[in-house]
Write a protein that binds this ligand. Structure first.
Ligand code: SR1
Length: 348
C-alpha cells in the first residue's frame, strides 16, 4: 500500500487510531535498547496533507523500518488541541521517543514537558519548543529563502512589484520571512504590493482564491515569493485562471514529483524553488530521536541544507520526478546529520 493510501485509510478511522509502520526487531551491533528491539517511537504532526508532509512521513517510516523501530504515526489536522491530546496518548503508549512535526509552541510546552519528565526523548521539526533538551531539526530556512530570492533578483533585477505568500506563526515561514524583510530593506526597489496566504487542509486552493483577488487589485505584480509549495501551487492556479501566467514569475520552497511537473510544464510561471528532500528530513528526525534514546550526543540544532532548483535546470536535464532529481543531485538523497555507524540507511 502506498503511504498516500495508508494515510487515507488511516484518516477514515478515529483520530485515536494508530498506524504501525515498522516491525520491532533487534538491530545487530546497535547499542541498547536497539540491539534487543521493541523500541517504540511516535511521530506527531500538525499538518499531514500535501506532498511535503507525506514525503516527510514516508522518510520517517523508512528510517524507523531500517532501525527496527515500531513507529506510531499520528495524523495532523491543523488542530492544536488534537496534537496536544496525541502527545498525551503517545506518553500513555509507553513510547521512548516522540518527534513533534510542526505545531503551535504555545499549545505544546506543557505536554512536551510531561513527556520529558517521564524520560521520553523528544525531537522537534519546524516548531520552536525552546527547550535545551529538545533537538530542533530544520531545513536551514534562511538559506532556503536566500537561494530563492537571489534567483529572483538574478532574473528580475532589484526593482519589481511583488506579491508575498506568508502566514505568521509557523517557524519555517517565520524564518523565511526574516530573509524577505532583509532583502526588501537592502533593495528599496523591491516593493511588496500585497501579502496573502492560508494554511489549512486546502492550502493551495484557498491561497489561489486570495491570490486571484490580489492580482486583480494589483495588476503590476510581476514576481511572487511563495516560500511553501502549496502556496506556489495556489499562486500558479490563480495566474492560470486569470490568464496572466506569462506576466508572472513565482519563486518558492519545497519540491515533489507533482511540483516538478507543474514547474516544467509549458508556460509555467513557477521558475525556481529552493528545497531539501523531505524524506531525508523525516529520516534525520527519527535518527535524532534514536541517538538520544541510545544515550548519544545530539546537537541542539540539526540542519538539512536545501538546494536551488530552477525550471531551466529541470527542463534541460529532462527531470520529471523526484527520483530523476535525486539521480542528478546525489546529495539530495542523503544527509550526514544525526548519523552513527550503527544506524542503517533508510531506503526511499
Ligand atoms: C506551514 S509550514 C510549511 C513548510 O513546512 C516545511 O518546512 C516545508 O518546507 C513547508 O514549506
Amino acid at each position: 500500500m502506498t503511504s498516500t493510501l495508508r494515510f487515507l485509510a488511516f484518516t477514515a478511522l478515529s483520530s485515536l487510531a494508530l498506524v504501525h509502520s515498522a516491525s520491532a526487531e533487534g538491530l545487530t551491533g546497535a547499542p541498547a535498547p536497539f540491539d534487543k528491539g521493541g523500541v517504540k517511537l511516535a511521530l506527531i504532526s500538525y499538518i499531514s496533507a500535501g506532498d511535503f508532509f507525506q514525503a516527510y512521513q514516508a522518510g520517517a517510516e523508512a528510517q524507523a523500518k531500517a532501525l527496527g523501530v515500531d513507529l506510531r504515526i499520528f495524523p495532523g489536522r491543523q488542530n492544536a488541541a488534537e496534537q496536544r491530546e496525541q502527545i498525551l496518548q503517545a506518553i500513555n503508549l509507553g513510547v521512548q521517543g516522540i518527534v513533534v512535526d510542526h505545531g503551535l509552541p504555545e499549545s505544546l510546552g506543557d505536554v512536551v514537558q510531561q513527556a520529558l519528565d517521564k524520560g521520553i526523548k523528544v525531537v522537534a521539526f519546524d516548531v520552536n519548543l525552546n527547550n535545551p533538551k529538545i533537538p530542533q531539526v530544520e531545513q536551514s530556512d534562511h538559506k532556503l529563502a536566500e537561494l530563492a530570492l537571489d534567483q529572483a533578483i538574478k532574473d528580475n533585477g532589484t526593482s519589481f512589484n511583488a506579491g508575498y505568500a506568508y502566514v505568521a506563526g509557523f517557524a519555517p515561514l517565520d524564518r523565511r520571512n526574516e530573509v524577505w524583510d532583509k532583502v526588501k530593506a537592502a533593495n528599496v526597489g523591491i516593493v511588496e504590493k500585497a501579502r496573502f496566504g492560508n494554511v489549512s487542509d486546502t492550502t493551495a486552493t484557498s491561497t489561489a482564491d486570495q491570490a486571484k483577488a490580489v492580482f486583480q487589485a494589483n495588476p503590476d505584480i510581476s514576481v511572487v515569493f511563495a516560500p511553501y509549495d502549496e502556496f506556489a501551487r495556489g499562486v500558479k492556479l490563480a495566474a492560470a485562471d486569470l490568464g496572466i501566467s506569462d506576466k508572472l514569475k513565482i519563486y518558492s520552497a519545497d519540491i515533489s514529483t507533482a511540483d516538478i511537473q507543474e514547474i516544467v510544464e509549458e508556460g509555467s510561471p513557477w521558475v525556481a524553488t529552493a528545497a531539501t528532500n523531505p524524506a531525508v528530513v523525516g529520516a534525520v528526525s527519527i535518527r535524532a530521536a534514536a541517538l538520544q534514546i541510545a544515550g548519544e550526543e545530539v546537537p541542539h540544532q540539526i540542519i538539512v541544507d536545501p538546494v536551488l532548483v530552477t525550471q531551466q535546470q529541470l527542463r534541460e536535464a529532462g527531470v520529471t520526478t523526484i527520483d530523476d532529481l535525486a539521480a542528478k543531485i546525489p546529495a539530495f538523497s542523503t544527509s550526514t546529520a544525526a548519523t552513527a555507524s550503527w544506524i542503517p540507511s533508510a531506503a526511499f
